[in-house]
Design a binder for this molecule. Structure first.
Ligand SMILES: NC(=O)c1ccc[n+]([C@@H]2O[C@H](COP(=O)([O-])OP(=O)(O)OC[C@H]3O[C@@H](n4cnc5c(N)ncnc54)[C@H](O)[C@@H]3O)[C@@H](O)[C@H]2O)c1
Length: 302
Protein backbone atom coordinates (compact mmCIF):
# COMPACT_ATOMS: atom_id res chain seq x y z
CA UNK A 1 0.00 0.00 0.00
CA UNK A 2 1.21 3.50 -0.88
CA UNK A 3 0.43 5.98 1.94
CA UNK A 4 1.18 9.70 2.28
CA UNK A 5 1.40 11.01 5.86
CA UNK A 6 1.18 14.75 6.46
CA UNK A 7 2.88 15.78 9.70
CA UNK A 8 5.02 12.63 9.45
CA UNK A 9 8.02 14.36 11.05
CA UNK A 10 5.98 15.22 14.15
CA UNK A 11 5.33 13.36 17.37
CA UNK A 12 2.35 11.17 16.40
CA UNK A 13 2.97 11.21 12.64
CA UNK A 14 6.50 9.80 12.97
CA UNK A 15 5.20 6.78 14.92
CA UNK A 16 2.57 6.19 12.23
CA UNK A 17 5.26 6.37 9.52
CA UNK A 18 7.47 3.93 11.47
CA UNK A 19 4.62 1.42 11.70
CA UNK A 20 3.71 1.79 8.00
CA UNK A 21 7.36 1.26 6.97
CA UNK A 22 7.58 -1.75 9.31
CA UNK A 23 4.49 -3.23 7.61
CA UNK A 24 6.14 -2.88 4.20
CA UNK A 25 4.08 0.07 2.91
CA UNK A 26 5.52 2.66 0.53
CA UNK A 27 5.41 5.89 2.54
CA UNK A 28 5.75 9.58 1.68
CA UNK A 29 5.87 12.36 4.27
CA UNK A 30 4.60 15.91 3.75
CA UNK A 31 5.85 18.21 6.52
CA UNK A 32 7.23 21.76 6.75
CA UNK A 33 9.23 20.96 9.93
CA UNK A 34 7.58 23.84 11.81
CA UNK A 35 7.29 21.65 14.93
CA UNK A 36 8.43 18.35 13.41
CA UNK A 37 12.06 17.30 13.61
CA UNK A 38 14.44 15.93 10.96
CA UNK A 39 15.60 13.20 13.39
CA UNK A 40 11.99 11.88 13.56
CA UNK A 41 11.93 11.19 9.82
CA UNK A 42 12.05 7.49 9.03
CA UNK A 43 14.81 6.92 6.43
CA UNK A 44 12.56 4.37 4.70
CA UNK A 45 10.06 7.10 3.77
CA UNK A 46 10.25 9.72 1.03
CA UNK A 47 10.33 13.15 2.70
CA UNK A 48 8.74 16.19 1.00
CA UNK A 49 9.44 19.47 2.81
CA UNK A 50 6.36 21.48 1.90
CA UNK A 51 3.61 23.43 3.65
CA UNK A 52 0.13 21.91 3.38
CA UNK A 53 -1.13 25.34 2.23
CA UNK A 54 1.30 25.43 -0.70
CA UNK A 55 -0.38 25.16 -4.15
CA UNK A 56 2.59 22.92 -5.11
CA UNK A 57 1.09 20.18 -2.91
CA UNK A 58 -1.01 19.11 -5.90
CA UNK A 59 2.13 18.13 -7.87
CA UNK A 60 3.58 16.31 -4.85
CA UNK A 61 0.44 14.19 -4.39
CA UNK A 62 0.26 13.55 -8.16
CA UNK A 63 3.92 12.44 -8.14
CA UNK A 64 3.77 10.26 -5.00
CA UNK A 65 0.47 8.64 -6.12
CA UNK A 66 -0.72 7.51 -2.66
CA UNK A 67 -3.79 5.28 -2.46
CA UNK A 68 -4.48 6.78 0.99
CA UNK A 69 -3.48 9.85 3.00
CA UNK A 70 -3.23 10.18 6.80
CA UNK A 71 -3.58 13.86 7.61
CA UNK A 72 -1.92 15.03 10.83
CA UNK A 73 -0.11 18.24 9.82
CA UNK A 74 -1.66 21.00 11.88
CA UNK A 75 -1.25 23.97 14.16
CA UNK A 76 -1.67 22.01 17.42
CA UNK A 77 -1.17 24.68 20.08
CA UNK A 78 -4.48 25.59 21.79
CA UNK A 79 -3.05 28.78 23.38
CA UNK A 80 -1.64 29.93 20.04
CA UNK A 81 -5.04 29.33 18.43
CA UNK A 82 -6.60 31.66 21.03
CA UNK A 83 -3.99 34.36 20.38
CA UNK A 84 -3.91 33.96 16.60
CA UNK A 85 -7.07 32.26 15.32
CA UNK A 86 -6.32 33.46 11.78
CA UNK A 87 -3.11 31.41 11.44
CA UNK A 88 -4.77 28.45 13.14
CA UNK A 89 -7.61 28.51 10.58
CA UNK A 90 -5.20 29.00 7.68
CA UNK A 91 -3.11 25.95 8.55
CA UNK A 92 -5.83 23.69 9.90
CA UNK A 93 -8.73 24.54 7.56
CA UNK A 94 -7.22 26.03 4.38
CA UNK A 95 -4.31 23.57 4.57
CA UNK A 96 -6.76 20.65 4.79
CA UNK A 97 -8.88 21.97 1.92
CA UNK A 98 -5.72 22.36 -0.20
CA UNK A 99 -4.82 18.76 0.63
CA UNK A 100 -8.32 17.50 -0.19
CA UNK A 101 -8.22 19.27 -3.55
CA UNK A 102 -4.86 17.64 -4.27
CA UNK A 103 -6.29 14.25 -3.23
CA UNK A 104 -9.31 14.75 -5.43
CA UNK A 105 -7.15 15.70 -8.46
CA UNK A 106 -5.00 12.57 -8.00
CA UNK A 107 -7.80 10.11 -7.27
CA UNK A 108 -6.69 9.31 -3.69
CA UNK A 109 -9.05 6.65 -2.34
CA UNK A 110 -9.14 7.50 1.34
CA UNK A 111 -8.16 10.15 3.89
CA UNK A 112 -7.72 9.27 7.59
CA UNK A 113 -7.97 12.47 9.60
CA UNK A 114 -6.41 13.20 13.01
CA UNK A 115 -9.11 15.08 14.92
CA UNK A 116 -9.23 15.70 18.63
CA UNK A 117 -11.24 15.41 21.85
CA UNK A 118 -11.09 19.24 21.86
CA UNK A 119 -14.06 19.23 19.44
CA UNK A 120 -16.37 18.17 22.32
CA UNK A 121 -15.57 21.07 24.65
CA UNK A 122 -16.64 20.67 28.27
CA UNK A 123 -18.13 17.16 28.73
CA UNK A 124 -21.88 17.02 29.40
CA UNK A 125 -21.47 13.37 30.50
CA UNK A 126 -18.69 10.79 30.89
CA UNK A 127 -17.31 8.90 29.16
CA UNK A 128 -17.73 11.13 26.14
CA UNK A 129 -18.88 9.07 23.16
CA UNK A 130 -19.08 10.11 19.50
CA UNK A 131 -22.76 11.14 19.92
CA UNK A 132 -21.79 13.75 22.52
CA UNK A 133 -22.63 17.31 21.38
CA UNK A 134 -19.78 19.13 19.67
CA UNK A 135 -18.98 22.52 21.25
CA UNK A 136 -15.30 23.43 20.86
CA UNK A 137 -13.97 26.01 23.30
CA UNK A 138 -10.99 27.15 21.26
CA UNK A 139 -10.28 28.11 17.64
CA UNK A 140 -8.11 24.95 17.55
CA UNK A 141 -11.07 22.68 18.46
CA UNK A 142 -13.23 24.54 15.96
CA UNK A 143 -10.73 24.37 13.10
CA UNK A 144 -10.16 20.66 13.68
CA UNK A 145 -13.92 20.02 13.69
CA UNK A 146 -14.54 22.12 10.57
CA UNK A 147 -12.37 19.74 8.55
CA UNK A 148 -14.58 16.83 9.63
CA UNK A 149 -17.41 18.56 7.68
CA UNK A 150 -15.18 19.12 4.64
CA UNK A 151 -14.35 15.41 4.62
CA UNK A 152 -18.03 14.48 4.39
CA UNK A 153 -18.57 17.04 1.64
CA UNK A 154 -15.55 15.90 -0.39
CA UNK A 155 -16.71 12.30 -0.12
CA UNK A 156 -20.11 13.28 -1.49
CA UNK A 157 -18.72 15.63 -4.15
CA UNK A 158 -15.54 13.82 -5.19
CA UNK A 159 -15.85 10.26 -3.88
CA UNK A 160 -12.88 10.44 -1.46
CA UNK A 161 -13.49 8.03 1.38
CA UNK A 162 -12.60 9.13 4.91
CA UNK A 163 -12.35 8.14 8.57
CA UNK A 164 -12.20 10.68 11.39
CA UNK A 165 -10.18 9.73 14.49
CA UNK A 166 -10.64 11.90 17.56
CA UNK A 167 -7.54 11.40 19.71
CA UNK A 168 -7.60 11.76 23.50
CA UNK A 169 -4.43 12.97 25.32
CA UNK A 170 -1.60 11.26 23.47
CA UNK A 171 1.76 10.65 25.17
CA UNK A 172 4.97 8.83 24.29
CA UNK A 173 8.50 9.17 22.95
CA UNK A 174 9.29 12.26 20.78
CA UNK A 175 6.59 14.42 22.36
CA UNK A 176 7.71 18.01 22.75
CA UNK A 177 8.13 19.16 26.36
CA UNK A 178 8.32 22.82 25.44
CA UNK A 179 5.42 25.24 25.08
CA UNK A 180 2.09 23.44 25.21
CA UNK A 181 3.62 19.96 25.07
CA UNK A 182 1.78 17.13 26.76
CA UNK A 183 1.85 16.89 30.53
CA UNK A 184 3.75 13.55 30.48
CA UNK A 185 6.60 15.06 28.43
CA UNK A 186 6.65 18.18 30.63
CA UNK A 187 6.75 16.18 33.90
CA UNK A 188 9.58 13.92 32.64
CA UNK A 189 11.55 16.93 31.41
CA UNK A 190 11.21 18.81 34.72
CA UNK A 191 12.06 15.75 36.82
CA UNK A 192 15.19 15.16 34.70
CA UNK A 193 16.26 18.78 35.22
CA UNK A 194 15.52 18.70 38.95
CA UNK A 195 12.87 21.42 38.59
CA UNK A 196 9.55 21.15 40.47
CA UNK A 197 6.75 20.47 37.95
CA UNK A 198 3.64 22.62 38.32
CA UNK A 199 0.24 21.01 38.81
CA UNK A 200 -2.68 23.38 38.29
CA UNK A 201 -5.52 22.86 40.77
CA UNK A 202 -5.52 19.98 43.27
CA UNK A 203 -4.27 17.43 40.73
CA UNK A 204 -7.42 15.34 41.03
CA UNK A 205 -8.55 16.39 37.53
CA UNK A 206 -8.62 13.38 35.20
CA UNK A 207 -7.57 12.87 31.59
CA UNK A 208 -7.63 9.96 29.17
CA UNK A 209 -3.97 9.26 28.37
CA UNK A 210 -3.41 7.06 25.31
CA UNK A 211 0.00 5.75 24.28
CA UNK A 212 1.24 6.95 20.89
CA UNK A 213 1.87 3.42 19.56
CA UNK A 214 -1.80 2.57 20.22
CA UNK A 215 -2.75 5.71 18.28
CA UNK A 216 -0.49 4.61 15.40
CA UNK A 217 -2.16 1.18 15.36
CA UNK A 218 -5.63 2.79 15.27
CA UNK A 219 -4.55 5.01 12.37
CA UNK A 220 -3.39 2.00 10.35
CA UNK A 221 -6.61 0.12 11.18
CA UNK A 222 -8.57 3.10 9.82
CA UNK A 223 -6.87 2.78 6.43
CA UNK A 224 -8.89 -0.39 5.79
CA UNK A 225 -11.94 0.04 8.03
CA UNK A 226 -14.39 2.56 9.45
CA UNK A 227 -15.29 4.21 6.14
CA UNK A 228 -17.33 7.38 6.68
CA UNK A 229 -17.13 6.97 10.46
CA UNK A 230 -15.94 9.05 13.41
CA UNK A 231 -14.11 7.26 16.23
CA UNK A 232 -12.63 8.24 19.57
CA UNK A 233 -9.11 6.86 20.00
CA UNK A 234 -8.69 6.60 23.75
CA UNK A 235 -8.32 4.22 26.68
CA UNK A 236 -11.80 4.91 28.05
CA UNK A 237 -10.23 5.40 31.49
CA UNK A 238 -9.70 8.62 33.40
CA UNK A 239 -6.43 9.05 35.23
CA UNK A 240 -5.73 11.83 37.71
CA UNK A 241 -2.77 14.13 37.17
CA UNK A 242 -1.62 13.27 40.73
CA UNK A 243 -1.63 9.55 39.89
CA UNK A 244 0.31 10.20 36.70
CA UNK A 245 2.84 12.28 38.60
CA UNK A 246 3.37 9.60 41.26
CA UNK A 247 3.84 6.96 38.52
CA UNK A 248 6.50 9.10 36.81
CA UNK A 249 8.20 9.82 40.13
CA UNK A 250 8.47 6.08 40.76
CA UNK A 251 9.77 5.35 37.24
CA UNK A 252 12.39 8.10 37.32
CA UNK A 253 13.37 7.45 40.95
CA UNK A 254 12.72 11.09 41.82
CA UNK A 255 11.72 12.32 45.29
CA UNK A 256 10.63 15.76 44.04
CA UNK A 257 7.19 16.99 45.11
CA UNK A 258 5.17 19.04 42.58
CA UNK A 259 4.26 22.69 42.98
CA UNK A 260 0.49 23.20 43.18
CA UNK A 261 -0.88 26.38 41.62
CA UNK A 262 -4.47 27.66 41.21
CA UNK A 263 -6.47 26.01 38.40
CA UNK A 264 -6.25 27.76 35.03
CA UNK A 265 -9.44 29.40 33.75
CA UNK A 266 -11.30 27.12 31.33
CA UNK A 267 -9.53 23.94 32.42
CA UNK A 268 -11.85 20.93 32.20
CA UNK A 269 -12.07 18.92 35.46
CA UNK A 270 -12.71 15.44 34.08
CA UNK A 271 -12.32 14.04 30.59
CA UNK A 272 -12.67 10.42 29.48
CA UNK A 273 -13.56 9.22 26.00
CA UNK A 274 -15.41 6.00 25.25
CA UNK A 275 -13.51 3.83 22.75
CA UNK A 276 -16.30 1.26 22.32
CA UNK A 277 -17.08 2.28 18.74
CA UNK A 278 -13.44 2.04 17.61
CA UNK A 279 -13.07 -1.36 19.30
CA UNK A 280 -16.02 -2.73 17.32
CA UNK A 281 -15.67 -1.02 13.94
CA UNK A 282 -11.89 -0.67 13.63
CA UNK A 283 -11.16 -4.01 15.30
CA UNK A 284 -8.69 -2.10 17.45
CA UNK A 285 -8.06 -1.74 21.16
CA UNK A 286 -5.32 -0.11 23.20
CA UNK A 287 -2.57 -2.67 23.90
CA UNK A 288 -0.35 -0.69 26.25
CA UNK A 289 -1.05 -0.42 29.95
CA UNK A 290 -0.05 2.91 31.46
CA UNK A 291 3.16 1.76 33.17
CA UNK A 292 4.44 0.13 29.95
CA UNK A 293 3.85 3.28 27.92
CA UNK A 294 5.33 5.53 30.61
CA UNK A 295 8.37 3.28 30.99
CA UNK A 296 9.10 3.41 27.23
CA UNK A 297 8.68 7.19 27.30
CA UNK A 298 11.00 7.64 30.29
CA UNK A 299 13.59 5.31 28.68
CA UNK A 300 13.43 7.34 25.47
CA UNK A 301 13.95 10.63 27.32
CA UNK A 302 17.02 9.19 29.09
N1 LIG B 1 -0.75 15.21 20.80
C1 LIG B 1 -2.01 15.03 21.16
O1 LIG B 1 -2.30 14.74 22.33
C2 LIG B 1 -3.12 15.17 20.15
C3 LIG B 1 -4.44 15.01 20.59
C4 LIG B 1 -5.47 15.12 19.69
C5 LIG B 1 -5.21 15.36 18.33
N2 LIG B 1 -3.92 15.52 17.92
C6 LIG B 1 -3.70 15.78 16.49
O2 LIG B 1 -2.68 14.92 16.01
C7 LIG B 1 -1.95 15.57 14.98
C8 LIG B 1 -0.46 15.48 15.26
O3 LIG B 1 -0.18 16.16 16.48
P1 LIG B 1 1.22 16.01 17.25
O4 LIG B 1 0.91 16.03 18.70
O5 LIG B 1 1.99 14.90 16.67
O6 LIG B 1 1.89 17.42 16.92
P2 LIG B 1 3.28 17.78 16.20
O7 LIG B 1 3.41 19.26 16.29
O8 LIG B 1 4.38 16.94 16.75
O9 LIG B 1 3.00 17.33 14.71
C9 LIG B 1 2.47 18.19 13.72
C10 LIG B 1 3.33 18.05 12.48
O10 LIG B 1 2.74 18.83 11.43
C11 LIG B 1 3.77 19.63 10.83
N3 LIG B 1 3.11 20.84 10.32
C12 LIG B 1 2.55 21.83 11.05
N4 LIG B 1 2.06 22.79 10.24
C13 LIG B 1 2.33 22.39 8.97
C14 LIG B 1 2.07 22.94 7.70
N5 LIG B 1 1.47 24.13 7.56
N6 LIG B 1 2.47 22.27 6.60
C15 LIG B 1 3.11 21.07 6.71
N7 LIG B 1 3.39 20.50 7.91
C16 LIG B 1 3.00 21.15 9.02
C17 LIG B 1 4.77 19.91 11.92
O11 LIG B 1 6.05 20.24 11.44
C18 LIG B 1 4.76 18.58 12.68
O12 LIG B 1 5.69 17.68 12.17
C19 LIG B 1 -2.49 16.99 14.87
O13 LIG B 1 -3.37 17.05 13.78
C20 LIG B 1 -3.24 17.19 16.18
O14 LIG B 1 -4.30 18.09 16.03
C21 LIG B 1 -2.87 15.45 18.79
Amino acid sequence: MNVLVTGGAGFIGSHIVDLLVEKGCTVSIVDNLSTGRPENINPGANFCNIDVRDPGLKEIVAREKPSAVIHLAAQVDVQRSLQDPHTDAEINIIGAVNLLDACSASGVGKVVYASTAAVYGSPAYLPVDERHPVAPQSPYGLSKHTVEHYLRLYRDMHGINFTVLRFANVYGPRQDATGEGGVVAIFIDKLAKGVKPVIFGDGEQTRDFIYVKDVAAASLAALQQGDGGTFNVSTGKGLSVNYLYQALKALTGSIMEPLYQPPRPGDITHSTLSNARACVSLDWRPRYILMEGLRETVDFCR
